[in-house]
Design a protein around this ligand. Structure first.
Ligand SMILES: [Zn+2]
Length: 682
């Protein structure tokens, strides 16, 4: 759902994996000291494993609940938020508000999702119109018509068609086409020869088989269909870009007109596909993966109508399974929750429905969330912190030994031009055109998808709305958008362990300060540096500086490639490079900002038994405290650009001299890296 949040700006980079895990009920009371010995493990040597030293106690006190694949302080905050959002939703529902009001929509959306009796009773009836449409395919043209129809419902069998800022003219929106069609979370799962990948492929085929049996097919027939679909998807997987390739903004920028697209995807009639959705053909379209489109064209030409019908049916079933009967929900969980992520149990129903309600009416819920939970004082303190971080980053740029004056000048200009959004949007989304009923959950989901598609595609050919947010205020996360050169901090992240409204400076600089610095450096990481201050993709570095930058980041790639995350499985230093640059840069910049705040004085006060400098690094580490299952480690290592929590701590810190100094560590520490081998970028 909400494809526009994900694809409206493909290059948006966030601070952490968006939290989907759920559980416990612990609240941050704000009265507990930020650090106490019980949250740490003082028996661990900080120079051997700083992550465990800082978080060992916390990790023991927060074992993984059965319904979670990862549980960290990040997730805990997201959990607490979910409780708050639930209250907001329940309040809206209790008002029995007039039809068409926002309260009615929030309340009824939630109620429709919680009414399992009605959902079970309806069976697959709510998706029958979609399945009938597929069954009515009689000739090749019909395939395109049906795909257009499904696309309108937010179901994207082959590609995402969306609005996106033009990378070379970033003030304007154009149309974009992006690869889709896979039921497993990454192309690699279809292609890898490892035992684990094979196991997951089997689990996926079982899942597809179950979906077909649940929708009325005999077991053997269902298994045959599943195999057919799997082969079809494997063809798409082979032609899909890898995640690494998709991080390359040059490779994914291929702007053409409609004739250009039709040439790539021939004989698939792309113009008819757009018109079939009810939209006119735009002047400019960016194709992110041309090779993928060529494969779609081949499949369109060669596959039988019956294969297409089977494939399209599977896409509908797996896109709606989570919202159908309990049997469908269980099958969906068995694959995506258990097999993929190692979850033992499903999270309570209400948490899932809070998520979908949040997805469908995000800013309506967000408006209520902000009114209730976001104090104006938090925004004020953040404004100040952000400006202090900007100053510190500027100082560090001017002192860099490896960068030429010419590039420094342009970098300062880009830094000065970064726009900042804190808390919530200036103007809120209008949900007037979204119709929500109390009687059908699936109908509501599909209506929301149509509403989102309309909202998104209406932007094509129009100037970019600078006030738009790609996250809701109640999201625990933050992002940098290179096409707008902006950093964005939703209200929900401005709470412990990120932000302590009453906390001391050392702790706030160590936590939210590093997050701010992290986001700022994204404008200058391996991807963000390819965009200039106005968000346009253009070269503003001298060739020599680019070379030096690449050599310096290579050190970080090599360091992270050495982390063995599971027996025989290593972290992907290239995929996570942008994030690792950001973590290391954020640490250095925020530390500098903290020193600036002391005005040359020494802070000698110990709080909770720790010096200010120790608290800075402990606060940073606390943000990444977590427990995680092996299956989730394997999955995230493949799909997530962020490093695992332990590596976000033990990875960057040994590159930082001030960290060694704060804890009195030296060359005898196992984490020690000699000064010449350290990564040093910002
Ligand atoms: Zn990031």
């Amino acid at each position: 759902m909400n494809a526009n949040l994900l694809f409206g700006s493909m290059l948006v980079v966030s601070i952490g994996v968006s939290s989907c895990a759920t559980g416990g009920k612990e609240q941050n009371t704000g009265t507990k000291p930020v650090f106490s010995a019980e949250d740490m493990d003082l028996s661990v040597d900080p120079g051997t494993n700083f992550f465990e030293y800082a978080n060992g106690g916390w990790r023991k006190q927060h074992p993984l609940p059965d319904d979670k694949s990862r549980y960290g302080s990040f997730d805990l905050l997201a959990e607490e938020n979910k409780e708050k959002v639930k209250l907001i939703i329940e309040n809206a529902a209790a008002q029995n508000a007039e039809d068409g009001t926002v309260s009615q929509k929030i309340g009824d959306f939630y109620a429709s999702g919680m009414d399992m009796d009605a959902i079970n009773k309806a069976g697959i009836k709510p998706i029958q119109p979609l399945l009938s449409k597929i069954n009515s395919i009689e000739k090749q043209d019909d395939i395109v018509k049906v795909i257009s129809f499904l696309q309108q419902q937010g179901i994207n069998p082959l590609f995402y068609y969306h609005a996106t800022a033009d990378q070379k003219n970033s003030k304007m929106n154009i149309a974009g086409v992006y690869q889709s069609g896979l039921g497993m979370p990454d192309r690699d799962y279809y292609l890898e020869k490892t035992d684990d990948a094979k196991k997951l492929r089997d689990a996926y085929q079982n899942y597809l088989t179950t979906l077909y049996t649940l929708s009325g097919h005999a077991e053997t027939e269902a298994a045959k269909k599943a195999e057919l679909v799997f082969d079809f998807e494997t063809s798409l997987a082979k032609a899909s870009n890898s995640r690494l390739e998709n991080r390359d903004p040059h490779k994914t920028y291929n702007k053409v007109d409609i004739n250009g697209v039709e040439e790539m995807v021939k004989p698939f009639p792309f113009a008819s596909f757009i018109k079939g959705m009810g939209y006119s053909v735009p002047a400019e379209i960016n194709v992110s993966q041309p090779e993928f489109l060529a494969e779609v064209g081949k499949l369109y030409k060669k596959e039988k109508l019956s294969t297409w019908k089977t494939f399209l049916t599977s896409v509908v079933l797996r896109n709606t399974a989570a919202y159908l009967t309990q049997d469908f929900v269980n099958a969906n969980f068995a694959f995506y929750g258990q097999a993929m992520s190692g979850q033992k149990e499903q999270e309570p129903r209400w948490k899932k429905v809070v998520n979908t309600t949040n997805g469908a009416l995000g800013e309506a819920v967000g408006q209520l969330f902000v009114a209730e939970y976001f104090p104006p004082a938090a925004k004020k303190r953040m404004d100040k912190l952000v400006e202090n971080l900007r100053i510190a980053f500027g100082q560090r740029i001017s002192q860099l030994e490896w960068m030429s004056d010419e590039t420094k000048q342009a970098a300062q200009e880009k830094l000065d031009a970064i726009r900042v959004k804190i808390g919530y949007p200036n103007k809120w989304r209008d949900y007037s055109d979204l119709k929500v009923v109390k009687t059908s959950y699936v109908e509501n989901i599909l209506a929301s998808n149509r509403f989102e598609l309309d909202f998104d595609l209406a932007k094509i050919g129009k100037p970019v709305d600078q006030d738009e947010w790609f996250m809701t205020p109640q999201t625990v996360n933050a992002y940098y958008n290179p096409l707008a050169n902006e950093i964005v901090f939703p209200a929900a992240i401005l709470q412990p362990p990120f932000f302590y409204l009453d906390g001391d400076d050392a702790v706030n600089y160590g936590a939210i300060g590093v997050v701010i610095g992290h986001e700022m450096t994204h404008g200058f990481d391996d991807q963000g540096r390819l965009f200039a201050k106005d968000g346009n993709m253009e070269e503003w570095w001298t060739a020599e500086d680019s070379e030096k930058f690449n050599a310096r980041t290579k050190v970080l790639v090599d360091q992270f490639n050495q982390f063995e995350v599971l027996p025989g499985v290593f972290a992907n230093g290239e995929l996570s490079l942008g994030e690792n640059i950001a973590d290391l840069g954020g640490l250095l910049i925020s530390y500098q900002a903290y020193l600036n705040s002391l005005n040359g004085k020494e802070n000698t006060e110990k709080i909770d038994g720790f010096t200010d400098k120790q608290r800075f690094y402990l606060a940073y580490s606390r943000v990444w405290a977590q427990n995680i299952r092996d299956a989730e480690i394997a999955r995230l290592t493949k799909v997530d650009v962020h490093s695992l929590g332990s590596n976000r701590v033990n990875g960057p810190l040994p590159n930082v001299q001030e960290w060694y100094d704060a804890f009195g560590l030296d060359a005898k520490s196992p984490l020690f890296i000699t000064p010449e081998e350290r990564a040093s970028i910002w």
